[in-house]
Design a protein around this ligand. Structure first.
Ligand code: NAD
Ligand code: UDX
Length: 465
């Protein structure tokens, strides 16, 4: 039987940081060390000021301040943490490949392989290696081969333990997960490894929510879960376009279908398009895997979820241009929100990036207010698209510290993130500050359209005909 006293997690990102904080909080007798090659990120995790943690998540600061230095540590000494650990979580990024075979589709597994080689080189005692990152089905086999063939002859058990948290609600999701999934080898030692990991979770998760399965099913379940969730968003977004032309209201349609218990009422909010670091990447990866097995219909089926999402973003920016008399050249467009959803500072794949890019192509001046995203991050997101020079981007995109200055003198407002505070703005004051006609494009359906129209705004809300 395994006895777990020390855990190491490689990768101090949006998953590694919150996940390990909760595991450490609930297992005070276990030492948890989160390591990363990014010194700046580790410094931020060690900051005394909880506002300076590298990621913003409601409730995270409280847990970190409670457990950091007790049994939770953030460090850059990856070798030492691996060597000392009984169980190693790999929680590094697995982005879409930007080069070579599978470019733009496959998951880039170079960081995973680097971790496996480092674990193999450093380990002098047997270890349980846990895949926390989202990985293509059968990655565990590659990790196992690297560990066994380049290691020092010690035993390795590989587990798949995908993370289902959503950003913005990560702490709640970790504290009350719908389920914890653990895939392991169907052998006696495999079962012992599963049991060792399950016992950590049992410190707070009811046993019946801890599901054990084989490794391949576990790996594939994670990609499948994200594909199903994203598919729901694309499905309701497809209907939103139909609502707009037919005079229906997407919220009413969502309410009507959501009461069917077979469909359920969650994840039916029409939007300007899904963003985030997971949905697009994981679906592209699923499509690539299906193609690799020659399953063309399967690949095309899932690819449509991405096509629909790209269309939703594109038609929103086009709507702004056509409504503003077919030109936004040198007009001020105010963005409320840049993050891919509320309650996070993460901007990866945020719809706002693509919409800003399209409007800047049309020579608009984009002024953004987001409560948690810096101007540096916004510009980095735009520059990453590699469409125009960084100088032009910084001339055309200006961040503001508060909403009213972003809106002052604007021709139009686009709501791109559903931050609660946007609903409570003084919309009468905003109307007075704006050019007339004063347009509002609500890409999140959070504002009261009737109320705004009564003030004098011309309002477009996603999915409302
Ligand atoms: P992230 O980019 O925030 O963090 C990854 C960290 O790993 C980075 O800080 C990077 O410096 C570090 N890293 C990379 N290679 C390393 C190495 N060899 N040694 C040490 N550190 C290394 O990524 P994330 O959002 O935390 O996602 C991590 C994984 O979890 C991905 O596979 C992702 O698909 C999956 N996932 C993410 C979420 C989410 O909401 N972000 C949810 C579920 C699953
Ligand atoms: C997702 C999965 O939900 C989570 O289980 C997985 O571990 C990681 O990927 P995340 O991307 O953090 O989590 O957030 P999520 O709440 O899923 O939202 C993703 C995107 O879809 C956001 O841009 C959100 O605004 C959008 N969305 C979500 C909608 O447009 N409508 C909805 O009804 C739900």
């Amino acid at each position: 039987m395994y006895k777990i006293q020390k855990i190491c997690c490689i990768g101090a990102g949006y998953v590694g940081g919150p996940t390990m904080s909760v595991i450490a909080q609930k297992n005070p007798h276990i030492q948890v060390t989160v390591v990363d090659v990014n010194q700046q990120r580790i410094n931020a995790w060690n900051s005394q000021n909880m506002d300076e943690l590298p990621i913003y998540e409601p409730g995270l600061g409280e847990i970190v301040s409670q457990v950091r230095g007790r049994n939770l540590f953030f460090d850059t000494d990856v070798d030492r943490a691996i060597e000392e650990a009984d169980m190693i979580f790999i929680s590094v990024n697995t982005p879409t490949k930007t080069y070579g075979k599978g470019k733009g589709m496959a998951a880039d597994l170079k960081y995973i392989e680097l971790c496996a080689r480092q674990i193999a080189r450093v380990s002098k005692s047997s270890k349980i290696v846990v895949e926390k990152s989202t990985l293509p089905v059968r990655t565990a086999q590659a990790i196992k081969r690297i560990l066994d063939q380049t290691g020092n002859g010690v035993e390795f058990q590989i587990l798949s333990n995908p993370e289902f948290l959503a950003e913005g609600t990560a702490i709640k999701d970790l504290l009350e997960p719908d389920r914890v999934l653990i895939g392991g080898a169907e052998t006696e030692r495999g079962n012992e490894a599963i049991e060792a990991l399950a016992s950590l979770y049992r410190a707070w998760v009811p046993s019946d929510r801890i599901l054990a399965t084989n490794v391949w099913s576990s790996e594939l379940s994670k990609l499948t879960a994200n594909a199903f969730l994203a598919q729901r968003v694309s499905s309701i977004n497809a209907i939103s376009e139909l609502c707009e032309v037919s005079g229906a209201n997407v919220n009413e349609v969502a309410r009507a279908i959501g009461t069917d218990t077979r469909i359920g009422n969650r994840f039916l909010k029409a939007s300007v398009g899904f963003g985030g670091s997971c949905f697009q990447k994981d679906i592209l990866n699923l499509v690539y895997i299906a193609q690799s097995y020659g399953l063309d219909e399967v690949a095309q089926y899932w690819e449509q979820v991405i096509i629909m999402n790209d269309h939703q973003k594109k038609r929103f920016s086009e709507k702004i241009v056509t409504t503003l008399f077919n030109t936004v050249s040198d007009k001020k467009i105010a963005f409320l929100g840049w993050a891919f959803k509320k309650d996070t500072n993460d901007t990866r794949e945020s719809a706002a990036i693509y919409i800003a890019n399209e409007l800047i192509e049309e020579q608009a001046s984009v002024h953004v207010y987001d409560p948690k995203v810096t101007q540096m991050q916004m510009l980095a997101d735009l520059d990453y698209l590699n469409v125009r020079s960084c100088d032009i981007n910084s001339e055309r995109l200006i961040a503001h510290q508060e909403a009213y200055s972003a809106i002052e003198g604007a021709h139009a407002i686009a709501v791109l993130t559903e931050w609660d505070e946007f609903v409570c703005l003084d919309w009468k004051r905003i109307y007075q500050q704006m050019q007339k006609p004063a347009f509002v494009f609500d890409g999140r359906g959070i504002l009261d359209q009737k109320e705004l129209e009564n003030i004098g705004f011309e309002v477009y809300t996603i999915g409302i005909g």
